[in-house]
Design a protein around this ligand. Structure first.
Ligand SMILES: NC(=O)c1ccc[n+]([C@@H]2O[C@H](COP(=O)([O-])OP(=O)(O)OC[C@H]3O[C@@H](n4cnc5c(N)ncnc54)[C@H](OP(=O)(O)O)[C@@H]3O)[C@@H](O)[C@H]2O)c1
Length: 334
């Protein structure tokens, strides 16, 4: 039987409209009535968690709140019989960590249809080194491959390359034979990017130089973009004939300054990627690949670990673009 109280990060709205983070006690009775009560072993920090934890508009509506869009843990109770106690599961996306208390607490209660069984080939901790960032990177690579981009077609550009989605995209693409060009604002992380598989490391400015033109010299066979704005616009304008650009993030901007020429003169495809509402078929397919064909042997290079007690500092770091790779949150030791 589960303990009735547990430790969680609690984000509260102050009267001054600012937000505070404290590590405190919550009760299982306060969790929503889900089919599945899960004891969380590990979670991870994503950009969206930092937005929720600092009260950014449009993410979380009700406070006090426990963020955490990623969970890996063990089933404690299952009301609809789809899992049994002790089963290991991953939950990411949907409303987890948005207005449903999330993985920065030692228990979550969710609909069972949000869970994916932990695939053979991944530990709970490894699944959280990947987390939503890994699922999203995997969905981007899947779209490139399904749209016909092959390693022999040429270079793949990954933007925001030292971040969570970027690092895992670099590593999967390199492992599967692509020549990856990693674009970063952190020149000091060049060695890290080479160590996870980047063939070449370039600056953000090298991507955007000449981006005011309607078309740029053709270079990229494919692109994984997490930044949006000028970076995405320039990446599209420099994509080769019939190439594919995947777009999943907005750390730079919500806008996309590009005209129609790359699409109508070069047949470039722009493909959106959403991990939140994506259906179970691609979700399970990507987790299976992450556990086997795309299993990364450099997960320890990509990850750092913290407990709930060190998390606030990492939340501010990710908002400033200072985090390298992935931050795994250990709930067993929190
Ligand atoms: N669509 C989806 O389902 C989905 C899922 C997951 C994430 N996302 C989105 O994808 C984006 C990345 O997520 P993440 O978890 O990888 O975040 P992250 O770990 O914070 O990585 C983002 C990286 O982007 C670069 N960057 C930060 N600010 C920038 C700026 N102003 N201009 C240009 N580059 C900047 C930095 O890398 P460098 O220093 O190496 O350039 C940073 O490490 C976020 O917008 C997130 O909301 C979307």
């Amino acid at each position: 039987m589960a303990a009735r109280t547990f430790t969680a990060l609690i984000v509260e709205k102050r009267e001054s409209d600012s937000f505070s983070c404290t590590v405190g006690t919550r009760s299982i009775e306060d969790l929503p009535a889900g089919d599945l009560l899960i004891k969380v072993h590990y979670s991870s920090l994503n950009y969206k968690d930092a937005l929720s934890a600092t009260g950014q508009f449009g993410i979380t509506k009700k406070y006090p709140h426990t963020p955490g869009i990623d969970v890996a843990g063990e089933v404690v109770e299952c009301r609809d019989g789809s899992y049994k106690p002790g089963d290991k599961v991953i939950v990411t996306s949907y409303d987890l960590g948005m207005d449903t208390p999330g993985g920065f607490g030692q228990y979550v209660s969710v609909p069972s249809c949000w869970a994916v069984p932990l695939p053979d080939g991944l530990t709970l901790r490894e699944s959280m080194v990947l987390g939503t960032a890994g699922l999203t990177a995997g969905l981007c690579v899947r779209k490139l491959v399904r749209n016909g981009v092959q390693p022999e077609d040429g270079e793949i550009l990954v933007t925001g390359a030292t971040g969570g989605v970027g690092s895992i995209a670099v590593a999967i693409l390199a492992k599967t034979g692509y020549r990856v060009v990693a674009a970063t604002g952190k020149a000091s992380e060049t060695t890290y990017l080479h160590s996870i598989g980047a063939a070449e490391v370039i600056s953000r400015e090298a991507v955007t130089a000449g981006g005011e033109q309607p078309l740029m010299a053709e270079r990229w066979a494919g692109v994984v973009d997490v930044v949006g704005g000028d970076m995405l616009g320039a990446a599209i304008k420099a994509t080769r004939y019939d190439g594919t650009v995947t777009c999943c993030g907005l750390v730079g901007s919500l806008e996309m300054p590009v005209g129609v020429l790359p699409f109508i003169l070069r047949g470039v495809s722009l493909m959106g990627v959403d991990s939140v509402q994506c259906t179970m078929e691609p979700r399970r397919a990507v987790w299976e690949k992450l556990a086997h064909e795309w299993k990364l042997d450099n997960l320890d290079t990509i990850a750092q670990e913290c407990t709930l007690h060190d998390l606030e500092k990492e939340i501010h770091a990710i908002l400033q673009g200072h985090v390298r790779g992935r931050v795994v949150v250990n709930l067993l030791e929190s």
